[in-house]
Design a protein. Structure first.
Length: 322
């Protein structure tokens, strides 16, 4: 299947991989943001690939393995060579709980590959490491992932989580080149841009950067976030006001939020969760428009002013302070 658009590709650290600047977050395919039918999932992934998205991210945790199964089916339905797309999945976080032991993550990749119908994944990431022992991640989990790399089941190793301090903790303790990529979320969007401060450090470590949740897991959408969203009532209310302001002037806050997250090219891919063909079209169009016409400075400035009182407000995550 031929792809259509010229969606920008960006190098991911030292991996040699080029990721589409808009990445496909597959957590919605696990019904995390509401039900998605099998046909809609296949059509959504197909449209994403057709429009130039080559990077797909999932986890055994999303929808209790449902996201991996649905994504696997949808990728197979594309009928294109495996080397035409890049897949990342995760290990250590499951609906049953967290387990970053070498034994569990080694078993995990085999289970993931079976669900995804793949022989290898491009990136395997330790999922939300702030919920485990960071010393275990350094001394046990990552060495186990290195063995999986040698076995050809994964090409690159990553770590993910919310508090930014987890990345420096691990990267300062592993041999250089062991961790290829970090995935940060909810820290590079209009309401919270704290990932920016960490970029020079990550570059010095030669680590590729993926930033997820440009819409702050639904805060920066007209429909608002799902029930489980962990933001404070104050942050939710400010984002609601910003979305209403945009709607009032005929603008869509999600488009402006996508464009904001895409501006910094040191971030290789902005992972946005999508569950419909129309969302794929909108998010790719936002990227294309940014590349040709630039951002909507006026509306962005107005949103930033509304969100100023809650700027960089986050929420607790994990079992340790980082
Ligand atoms: P997001 O900010 O991408 O928001 C997703 C929500 O926005 C969904 O409800 C989606 O349907 C909706 N949406 C998408 N495009 C839209 C549009 N154009 N207009 C209106 N609504 C739109 O949050 P997310 O899905 O949590 O994050 C993206 C992806 O990043 C995830 O699917 C996952 O793959 C990854 N991620 C990883 C971690 C981690 O590893 N710890 C954490 C968060 C996200």
């Amino acid at each position: 299947m031929a792809t259509e658009s010229k969606l920008e590709l960006r190098e991911l650290g030292k991996t040699g991989m080029k990721l589409s600047c808009v990445g496909f977050g597959a957590s919605p395919l696990g019904n995390v943001f509401g039900p998605v039918s099998g046909e809609d999932a296949i059509a959504t992934v197909r449209e994403a690939f057709r429009l130039g998205i080559n990077f797909f991210d999932t986890s055994p945790y999303y929808g209790g393995t449902l996201s991996e199964k649905v994504l696997g089916k949808a990728l197979q339905a594309l009928g294109v060579p495996r080397s035409d797309y890049i897949v990342s999945t995760k290990c250590g976080r499951y609906v049953e709980g967290f387990d970053f032991s070498a034994e569990r993550v080694t078993r995990s990749i085999d289970e993931s590959l079976e669900r995804l119908k793949l022989d290898y994944v491009d990136i395997l990431q330790c999922h939300d490491i702030e919920f485990g022992s960071l010393d275990q991640i350094v001394n046990e989990t990552i060495p186990a992932l290195q063995k999986l790399k040698e076995a050809g089941k994964i090409r690159f190793i990553g770590i993910t989580g919310l508090p930014l301090g987890i990345f420096t903790y691990v990267l300062d303790r592993v041999p250089p080149g062991t961790v290829d990529v970090i995935l940060s979320y909810c820290h590079h969007s209009i309401n919270d841009s704290t990932l920016e401060d960490l970029l020079p450090y990550l570059k010095s470590k030669g680590v590729g950067v993926i930033s997820a949740s440009p819409l702050a897991m639904g805060l920066l959408t007209e429909n608002g976030p799902p029930e489980w969203h962990p933001a404070s009532p104050e942050l939710k209310s400010a984002c609601r006001a910003a979305a209403a302001h945009c709607k009032g002037k005929g603008k869509n806050i999600s488009k402006i939020a996508m464009q904001y997250s895409l501006i910094n090219k040191e971030i290789s891919s902005v992972l946005v969760g999508m569950n419909s063909v129309s969302q794929v079209k909108e998010n790719v169009a936002a990227a294309m428009e940014l590349a040709t016409a630039g951002k909507d400075e006026e509306t962005l400035g107005e949103i930033e002013a509304i969100l100023q009182p809650v700027k960089n407000q986050t929420w607790p995550s994990g079992i340790q302070k980082s």
